[in-house]
Write a protein that binds this ligand. Structure first.
Ligand code: ADE
Ligand code: ZN
Length: 328
């Protein structure tokens, strides 16, 4: 089961940076990123707000297109080792040159080159979801959406929002999302992770996403769960992330079990794997232990992810074929 082909829809590129790579880059660039590691060299943080600070400190060493090239190769190599055959990575122009279109194009080109090499050498396909950062505010999000719209195409296929759910409201970002939608990008939004079910309702109403990042706190509102089932909204669920950040105490308490039983379109992702000491293999193992899920369930989850992927139909057909014949 651990070797089943996997489809991941929710992975932050910077959040997947191996700590050793970040340390190496910091040393070479003589950047002091402070005490963001524990004694074993892993990322260390106390809570969600601190996690975002540590995340941004680590990201601050990624200052050139070449750094993003190295990062992308490392991240995709690791994902491929975990059996991931297709992944969608969140990219933030805010971190790639400050959402300046020229800088962004250079960073994106380096990331796309690394992705093409990984596809040829590691057998993993990647698409990019350009992501604005909620706590950077709606104005910055418009600059980010412009970067997304200007580079939308075969590689940049989606637009989303991440960051602190406790500031601003989804409707403040409607303009940015409309621009991205006009450019033909698939839409996803982080909601129902740190804020409650009302944040999922607001994201659905004001941003009209096909997918919700996390969405787990919808479980607190049974009518919303019904609505998600009826709408067929896909949830990008990241159980290990939620558990590491203290949302749920144990794997068997995680809402994904109920969502799956209720027939919601759920998928499994890692979010920021080294931060949460997880991997797609570990997610599968823990879910199998907690809910008794077998190969059939995991194949259904991967098929749901392939169906909801922001990619062209030929790519989707290729992924589905690999899922149908996992042992080929
Ligand atoms: N950015 C990276 N990981 C995130 C998460 N889990 N929630 C919101 N923003 C993020
Ligand atoms: Zn996320």
């Amino acid at each position: 089961m651990r070797d089943l082909p996997k489809v991941e829809l929710h992975l932050h590129l910077e959040g997947a940076a191996p700590p050793a790579l970040i340390r190496d880059m910091a040393r070479r660039a003589r950047i002091d990123i402070g005490g963001i590691f524990d004694a074993e060299g892993n990322y260390a943080f106390r809570d969600f707000a601190h996690f975002l600070k540590v995340y941004e400190a680590a990201t601050s060493v990624l200052t050139t297109p070449d750094a993003y090239y190295r990062l992308t190769r490392a991240v995709l190599g690791e994902s491929a080792q975990n059996g991931v055959i297709y992944t969608e990575a969140f990219l933030s122009p805010d971190f790639c040159g400050g959402a300046d279109l020229h800088e962004w194009r250079d960073h994106l080109a380096a990331i796309a080159t690394a992705a093409a090499e990984a596809e040829a050498e590691d057998g993993i396909a990647m698409r990019a979801i350009v992501t604005c950062i909620r706590h950077f505010g709606p104005e910055q999000a418009r600059a980010t959406a412009l970067c997304a719209a200007e580079t939308a195409g075969d590689f940049v296929t989606g637009f989303g929002i991440a960051g602190a759910e406790t500031v601003h409201a989804p409707r403040d970002f409607a303009y940015a999302f409309d621009m991205a939608r006009e450019a033909g990008l698939g839409i996803t939004a982080h909601a129902g992770e740190w804020a409650g079910p009302e944040s999922v309702r607001a994201a659905l109403a004001d941003l009209r996403p096909a997918r919700i990042g996390h969405g787990v706190r919808a479980i607190e509102d049974p009518r919303l769960v019904e609505e998600l089932a009826e709408r067929g909204t896909v949830l990008e669920v990241c159980p290990g992330s939620n558990i590491a950040l203290g949302l749920y105490p144990r794997w068997r308490d995680h809402p994904i079990g109920h969502f799956h039983d209720r027939g919601l379109r759920v998928t499994v992702s890692t979010d920021d794997p080294p931060f949460f000491r997880t991997s797609m293999r570990r997610e599968y193992d823990r879910l199998a232990d907690a809910f008794g899920w077998d190969e059939g369930v995991f194949t259904t989850l991967a098929r749901t992810a392939a169906e909801a992927a922001f990619c062209d139909d030929a790519t989707r057909a290729r992924i589905l074929k690999r899922l149908d014949k996992p042992h080929d």
